[in-house]
Design a protein around this ligand. Structure first.
Ligand SMILES: *[C@@H]1O[C@H](CO)[C@@H](O)[C@H](O)[C@H]1NC(C)=O
Ligand SMILES: *[C@@H]1O[C@H](CO)[C@@H](O)[C@H](O)[C@H]1NC(C)=O
Ligand SMILES: *[C@@H]1O[C@H](CO)[C@@H](O)[C@H](O)[C@H]1NC(C)=O
Ligand SMILES: *[C@@H]1O[C@H](CO)[C@@H](O)[C@H](O)[C@H]1NC(C)=O
Length: 407
């Protein structure tokens, strides 16, 4: 795979969210143990999910917001109990001998508060909402935790009119993502009783902007034998740089005016898959410690807009989160045990240009009343009857009922 494609892909996987929480925390001078554990688990989850998504379609762009998915599943876990709960938290890469469920929720609460601090250098908003079937009675504890820990808004919704419910939810997400995520749910069943949503919107300017006058059409090597023409931006700047001989890649960190940053990783030719296999929180930590401000005389970076929609049911199952879809215990939502997740959908978009970066993502989780397989046989037309004695298997009566109302 070509080096430049590589860069686009990884930017997508790594940057859309990973860099944010850590940097924000450094700024915050408030590194608590649970923040660190939360960040490292979220990073581990991000790379695990990245590998699954990249593997599904190796030649396609990948863009998703791991943070949005982690928060949405954390939110869902408020309503989960027993092994359904353990699966979600372990699937999110939390080590439950080291961190308690309560600390995880508090970690997300703190993260949401930190990310939503107003800044004049950065537009960042992250939020949650729930859409609740009109007559569904959620437990007070869940409503309270959703509000306090996940800052969730709640909207009464009539899912019996699925088109109207879908446009309500998609419209909400579109509004919160400045129009960038237009159709989170493609489909909603009339059996839906609850939808949980997380959204993220991010817009930041490069500390050193590219000059549009220097952007020119240039070749981008999609693969060994395929080349496309793309608008290539160029810049001469001093910025954190690291040449990783061990993994065979070059890293450049581009900083936004807010001091958040995009980490761009360019594997050597043909090394993309090797690198993907080695992406983990330890590698990232090593990179962070190795980046040194350096003068880069010519940085070439394509200007691009990529977006993707995912249905995550299968991939989450592969990551060990299975019960939510089948024999779920979501009794923390309503007290009853008859609910299950029908869809986990995710959409993300990322635009990189001379000015900076704009990204948006949303995750939606729809929950339905489980249709318990019920077997119905209605003898409402003529039938036969044979009465058999157990011991001798003798047919003691044999008849045909054509009209039960006749004597
Ligand atoms: C979880 O943490 C414990 C204690 O630190 C450790 O022994 C164990 O190996 C960890 N489990 C996993 C799956 O990482
Ligand atoms: C989102 O909704 C708010 C409040 O209703 C409105 O003021 C704003 O213009 C909307 N934004 C978009 C992008 O639709
Ligand atoms: C690229 O082209 C060369 C020569 O035409 C061929 O040998 C090689 O298999 C091609 N590679 C791919 C990935 O298609
Ligand atoms: C970014 O970091 C620089 C250098 O440490 C500092 O001077 C500047 O105030 C920071 N900007 C923001 C928005 O925090």
């Amino acid at each position: 795979m070509s080096p430049f494609l590589a860069l686009g892909l990884l930017l997508a996987g790594v940057c859309s969210v990973h860099c944010l929480p850590e940097n924000v925390m450094v700024k915050d001078q408030c590194r608590r143990v649970d923040d660190h554990t939360l960040t490292s688990s979220n990073t581990d989850f991000a790379f695990s999910l990245y590998r699954k998504l990249a593997l599904e379609n190796p030649s396609k762009n990948v863009i998703f917001s791991p943070l949005s998915i982690s928060i949405a599943l954390g939110f869902l876990s408020l309503g989960a109990r027993g092994s359904t709960l353990t699966e979600i938290l372990e699937g999110l890469k939390f080590n439950l001998t080291e961190i308690q469920e309560k600390e995880i929720h508090q970690g997300f609460q703190h993260l949401l508060q930190t990310l939503n601090k107003p800044s004049n250098q950065l537009q960042l908003s992250v939020g949650n909402a729930m859409f609740v079937q009109e007559e569904l009675e959620l437990l007070d504890q869940f409503i309270e935790d959703a509000r306090v820990l996940y800052s969730s808004s709640a909207f009464s919704t009539n899912f019996r009119d699925p088109e109207a419910a879908k446009s309500l939810i998609n419209g909400y997400v579109k509004n919160k993502t400045q129009g960038k995520i237009e159709e989170l749910f493609k489909f909603l069943s009339p059996n839906t009783v609850l939808v949980l949503v997380n959204y993220i919107y991010f817009k930041a300017q490069w500390k050193t902007r590219f000059d549009p006058k220097h952007t020119q059409q240039a070749e981008f090597h999609v693969s060994e034998n395929e080349t496309v023409e793309v608008p290539m931006m160029t810049l001469d700047l001093k910025t954190p740089y690291f040449r990783d001989e061990e993994l065979g890649c070059t890293l450049v960190e581009l900083t936004y005016t807010s001091n958040d940053s995009a980490l761009l990783i360019l594997p050597d030719e043909g090394k993309m898959q090797d690198l993907e296999a080695k992406l983990n929180p330890e590698t990232l930590t090593r990179w962070r410690g190795s980046l040194q401000p350096s003068r880069i005389h010519e940085l070439y970076l394509p200007k691009f807009s990529i977006k993707n929609d995912y249905e995550l049911n299968d991939i989450l199952s592969q990551l060990g989160i299975r019960k939510i879809f089948t024999d779920a215990d979501l009794s923390g939502l309503t007290g009853a045990g008859n609910l299950a997740v029908s869809q986990v959908v995710h959409s993300a978009a990322l635009d990189v240009d001379e000015e900076g970066t704009e990204g948006a993502a949303a995750t939606g989780i729809s929950i339905e009343k489980m249709a318990f397989p019920t077997t119905t046989v209605r003898f409402d037309r003529p039938f036969l009857i044979a009465i058999v004695l157990k011991d001798t298997q003798s047919i003691i009566f044999l008849g045909k009922v054509t009209n039960p109302s006749q004597a």
